[in-house]
Design a protein around this ligand. Sequence first.
Ligand SMILES: [Zn+2]
Length: 418
Amino acid sequence: MRCRLCGSDQLVSVLDLGATPPCERFLAEEELDCPEPTYPLHLRLCEHCLLLQLPALITPEDTFVEYAYFSSFSDSWVEHAKTFVERTNRRLGLGDGSFVIEVASNDGYLLQHVVASGVRCVGVEPSVNVGAAARERGVPTVTAFLDETTASHIRSEHGPADLVIANNVYAHVPDLVGFTKAMRTLMSDTGWLSIEVHHAQNLVALGQFDTIYHEHFQYYTVHSAMRALAIGDLALVDVELLETHGGSIRLWARPTASAGVPTERVHQALAMEEAAGLHEVDGYLNLRRRTEAIRHALLRFLLDCRAQGKRVVGYGAPGKGNTLLNYCGIRSDLIEYIVDRNPYKHGRFTPGTRIPIHETQRIATDRPDVVIALPWNLEIELTEQLAYIGEWGAELIFPLPTLHKAELGRRQLSGAAR
Ligand SMILES: [Zn+2]
């Protein structure tokens, strides 16, 4: 094994989560009797460039041709995108005559706001079914994986972009070097690149082991992201720390020649990472112990519920939920079923653990005693959405960063059941 960024063969084991199926491969009922391939999920760190990474055992082509993740199913995510577009239009002075490209534009959840603001844009989305949903909401979308060839085609057809947006995709590209160069190809020489990606500092410090899955090939600190961007002649100009996905970073980069001096925020973020020990190998080695502690606490809780005859169901079936369920070994004896807002998943089963997925109304009908929220990063949103379970005295539990019960407050109790 070699580091996909620097080519070093000095890769040290950080966390071994065993072998699991691809986390978005939800099973239809007729697939339950078929073989289900699993792949090792073993996080390693390059001792040379400090890029956290998984080997590319499954390709994006396997995952994304029919993808189950529609960004628009999260209200807070759509709102986050709207705010980003408004602020970015102001920050970069985008308007008539500007051109924006979003890579991995999903169902148009973000670019719909760019279209509404009157700025010309194109989305690049590899998944056929998700890209079709974007076009239906009026977002011009090219169905393609971004690589150096497709980037050249898009540039010659549409022109260079003033802004390239790559939100929650930079972890998903096994060809990190080619993808970074392709983003540069899409940009004008004075253009901007905006990347949002989960911050590996939170993965390590808060034990967010379920952000590790096969489709996430690498996990960035600001430090390692700067090294990756440099491969494409891109320099980091600014960084923002975000609350999304349990703590992300938004990286602002420009072609090196037009980048200028990085902001104070870049220096602060690097200093924070260094203080957390993440600019050396030892700082990563606590993740294993923290992850095991989360697994033990969750299993202890579920076994206690079982012993007390409580009915437990899950809320939300995100990909990362499947890393958690598989690593913890949770099946339908401990979580009876999971509900999700995405109709694509209804009637299907979670990969590996084969827990059935139903529509969200099922909770109001069945009135379970405990609801475990798997997308723990949406704690505020879900605590509000699920406030009604307090009406029959149910508990809402979040497994991370440590297992805890949500406060279903008096104000929220008046919320109508959905
Ligand atoms: Zn490396």
